[in-house]
Ligand binder design. Structure first.
Ligand code: PLP
Length: 415
């Protein structure tokens, strides 16, 4: 497969692959090809080394006078700076948590304390339910009205006329995913945040599926709050929240009285997952290290690395999408490769359940997930609520040969 020149801004895929021990795994005589990145990516050795080094040599609780505690404070503060570079935020705007879902519930509890009947939250049919259920809970408990923006299942695109109708002076928040973990659609988040702000509402962005594929820029997106998860971008299981500084300082979050009142720590309940946070920062540094040009700031290196990975991902998804779509009996969902999308594709094989297809692929060393991936509404609207779809996601370590293997295997299963 030929790659565009822009791919040269990231290291060659074989160099990247050499940093992931998991890629050496064999299954039933086949080299394993991991297409399960949208569910969680593999982890490079340097991320695990950073976590082990923290636990073995610097492990302590925070804010005491002895070296390991001071080192922990320092490492956590460096980690905030790394995640701020990833999101184009300032370190004071970064808080950590268990995962995106827990963060979304936490933020929704805080926001919802001030809302009630007559207040509205706009959600979308395309979203993962981690960005639906927290707002549904407010509807149930506080009488807040939810407005779900329609998604056209045929194109995988949000209906923007419906979006414009849904946002009104009663809207308190627009909750939108930056990219669909089921279909790969990339949404025009800046347009959604502009609509929210035009109505005097806040914008909460779920960037979990977007962050591994597009360099997040909270300033360009114009969002007030954004959450993502490091385990989707080559890190450990830790959630990350960006919040506008004034908002993080004022949100009425549940917390213990003696916990700090200052942002961003006031968002973080109890002792944090220090090794996970250190690992999340190591994942950011790993991504920055994929840039081919030396001497760049971390944000510049991330920009170059993501440009290269994006060009490579485009070539992979183009082949994967067109290859699968050309197979008789295979239906591919989501936007075509020419539309803004991530290298994630959902498909079904006629007369074969998604479970059965996934199992047959696994027996060939092709690790793909199946189901609705909690993108429950859109998978239902596609008519696969009962059985789900099969999902293939490319990551920074995916090769053209792996894509060819997958297309050929689906062809055999469909025959
Ligand atoms: C788009 C999207 N949003 C939210 C989530 C939930 O993230 P977490 O597992 O960090 O709670 C996922 C997880 O798969 C996801 O893909």
């Amino acid at each position: 497969m030929t790659l565009s020149h822009a791919a040269d801004t990231a290291l060659p895929v074989e160099t990247i692959r050499s940093r992931f021990p998991a890629l050496g795994r064999q299954y039933e005589g086949h080299g394993v090809a991991y297409f399960d990145g949208p569910g969680g990516t593999q982890v490079p050795r340097e991320v695990v080394d950073a976590m082990a080094d923290y636990l073995l040599h610097h492990n302590a609780n925070t804010h005491w006078h002895f070296p390991t505690s001071l080192e922990t404070d320092q490492l956590l503060s460096e980690s905030r700076a790394a995640l701020a570079d990833l999101l184009n935020a300032s370190p004071a705007e970064i808080a950590f948590g268990n995962n995106m879902t827990t963060i979304a519930f936490h933020v929704s509890r805080a926001l919802g304390r001030g809302w009630g009947t007559g207040d509205e939250v706009v959600i979308t049919e395309l979203d993962h339910h981690a960005n639906v259920a927290p707002w549904q809970a407010l509807a149930k408990e506080r009488g807040v009205t939810l407005r779900a923006v329609r998604c056209d299942p045929a194109t995988g695109q949000l209906d923007w006329d419906d979006f414009e109708r849904a946002v009104t002076p009663r809207t308190r928040l627009v909750a939108i995913g930056a990219a669909s973990n089921a279909l790969g659609t990339i949404n025009d988040v800046a347009r959604a945040t502009a609509l929210a702000h035009g109505a005097g509402a806040l914008a909460f962005v779920d960037a979990v599926h977007y962050a591994p594929h597009q360099l997040v820029d909270v300033r360009a997106l114009g969002c007030d709050l954004l959450a993502c998860s490091a385990y989707k971008f080559y890190g450990p299981h830790v959630g990350v929240l960006y919040g506008r500084e004034d908002l993080l300082a004022s949100l009425d979050v549940p917390k213990l009285v003696p916990a700090p009142d200052t942002a961003p720590e006031r968002l973080e309940t109890g002792t944090q997952n220090h090794e996970g946070i250190v690992g999340a920062a190591a994942a950011v540094n790993f991504l920055a290290s994929l840039a081919t040009r030396p001497g760049l700031t971390r944000r510049q290196a991330l920009t170059a690395a993501f440009d290269g990975l994006h060009a490579r991902g485009q070539a992979l998804i183009t082949r994967l999408y067109t290859g699968l779509a050309a197979i008789d009996g295979v239906t591919v969902y989501g936007p075509p490769p020419s539309a803004p999308r991530t290298p994630t594709v959902a498909f079904v094989v006629a007369d074969r359940g998604s479970d059965e297809v996934a199992r047959e692929l696994v027996s060939r060393g092709l690790f793909l997930s199946n189901g609705d991936f909690y993108a429950t509404t859109i998978v239902e609207r596609l008519g696969h609520g009962a059985d789900g779809v099969v999902r293939a996601g490319c990551a920074c370590y995916t090769t053209g040969e792996e894509v060819e293997r997958l297309v050929a295997a689906v062809g055999e299963i469909a025959a």
